[in-house]
Design a protein around this ligand. Structure first.
Ligand SMILES: Nc1ncnc2c1ncn2[C@@H]1O[C@H](COP(=O)(O)OP(=O)(O)OP(=O)(O)O)[C@@H](O)[C@H]1O
Ligand SMILES: [Mg+2]
Length: 322
């Protein structure tokens, strides 16, 4: 079985999509459905995740990401369909799978009244992990200086890092992370990206959900975009972006040209000035840049192609849904 675009944790932007042979499926899902009353939380979902892949699930609030993950993890029963996890069925709860998978839930919970170090050591001990190794994981997520702080007193982001450490402490071959960076500051996010890239490069499969498009683009081999219980698209981020026929946006300082003058430039499709920037959309960016350059109007120029965010909004719509 060949999975197009799987690059084992490498980032690629633009250029031909590489393809590597990945023999085994770590996860295989077919005809999966889960309803809560009238809500179809998961509605006929099918996909496969290759061994060593970094797989992302994106979708608006309520799309069904957590429900889908929890069914695959063996925490929820599906109404219909099949799940194979490392070749085994996760439901009814399969204890043989537990040491092989790491799970970070969207809402983290800990043993009460333990410090961060005790917490991680206790989690680790359930899997026979030595205390030193647990302490090293605490270091890896940047919590060593909080080792003696009780979990109730950790900040939201620190608690989240601890819950990620708990998911990784026993060296699982497959890791599920449900919005792991939701409460993290930019430094902690980047640090976690490094941790996740490293564990993926070591051959572990990572499945994560995120609302951050840059995160999905930076980390994931393939991304499934979900909405209303269904997978709308599933491809490498670069292929999703290339498949979107979106214009390039060229912005220069506001007032550099009048919008009407900008619209008349060779190659320009549209232009608008919001008082901060004059943004020109075009499908022929080199013609526009050349024209701006000829007018000596390149002050503060920025050129932005379509991003995964454009793909996401194109597929799931722009209106806000509660
Ligand atoms: N235990 C439950 N009982 C009833 N409805 C539920 C339950 N869990 C989820 N739902 C509903 O199922 C749908 C999918 O929820 P889910 O939590 O899977 O979405 P999500 O994509 O993870 O959203 P978010 O981005 O907000 O985390 C929602 O409409 C939600 O209200
Ligand atoms: Mg969720």
């Amino acid at each position: 079985m060949e999975i197009p675009g799987s690059t084992r944790g490498r980032v690629f932007r633009g250029g031909p999509v590489p393809s590597v042979r990945i023999m085994a499926h770590t996860i295989s899902v077919h005809g999966l459905r889960k309803r809560y009353g009238r809500v179809r939380a998961v509605d006929d979902v099918a996909f496969e995740v290759g061994s060593g892949e970094f797989f992302g699930i994106l979708g608006p609030n309520g799309a069904g990401k957590t429900t889908l993950l929890e069914i695959i993890e063996g925490l929820r029963e599906a109404d219909e369909g099949e799940v194979s996890l490392l070749g085994l069925s996760p439901w009814p709860r399969n204890h043989a799978l537990l040491p092989r998978i790491g799970v970070q839930l969207q809402a983290s919970s800990f043993f009460e009244r333990l410090t961060a170090r005790e917490q991680l050591r206790t989690f680790g001990s359930l899997y026979g992990v030595p205390g030193q190794k647990a302490d090293a994981m605490l270091e890896e997520v940047g919590l060593t200086d909080k080792a003696d702080v009780r979990v109730e007193k950790l900040s939201g982001g620190q608690a989240q890092r601890l819950s990620i450490a708990c998911a990784l402490v026993h060296d699982p071959e497959l890791v599920f992370l449900d919005e792991p960076t939701a409460a993290l500051d930019p430094q902690a996010r980047r640090n976690l990206w490094d941790v996740l890239r490293r564990i993926n490069t070591e051959g572990r499969t990572v499945v994560l959900t995120t609302h951050y498009m840059d995160e999905a683009e930076a980390l994931c081999d393939r991304v499934a975009i979900m909405d209303a219980g269904r997978i709308l698209r599933l491809d490498p981020p670069a292929a999703l972006v290339r498949g979107l026929d979106a214009p390039t946006r060229i912005s220069v300082a506001a007032g550099t040209l009048a919008p009407a003058e900008a619209r008349a430039l060779p190659g320009a499709d549209d232009a608008a000035d919001d008082g901060v920037s004059l943004v020109i959309s075009t499908r022929d960016p080199s013609a526009v840049v050349a024209a701006l350059s000829a007018k000596d109007a390149l002050t503060g120029v920025r050129i932005q192609g379509a991003t995964l965010e454009d793909v996401f909004l194109d597929l799931t719509g722009r209106e806000y849904r509660a």
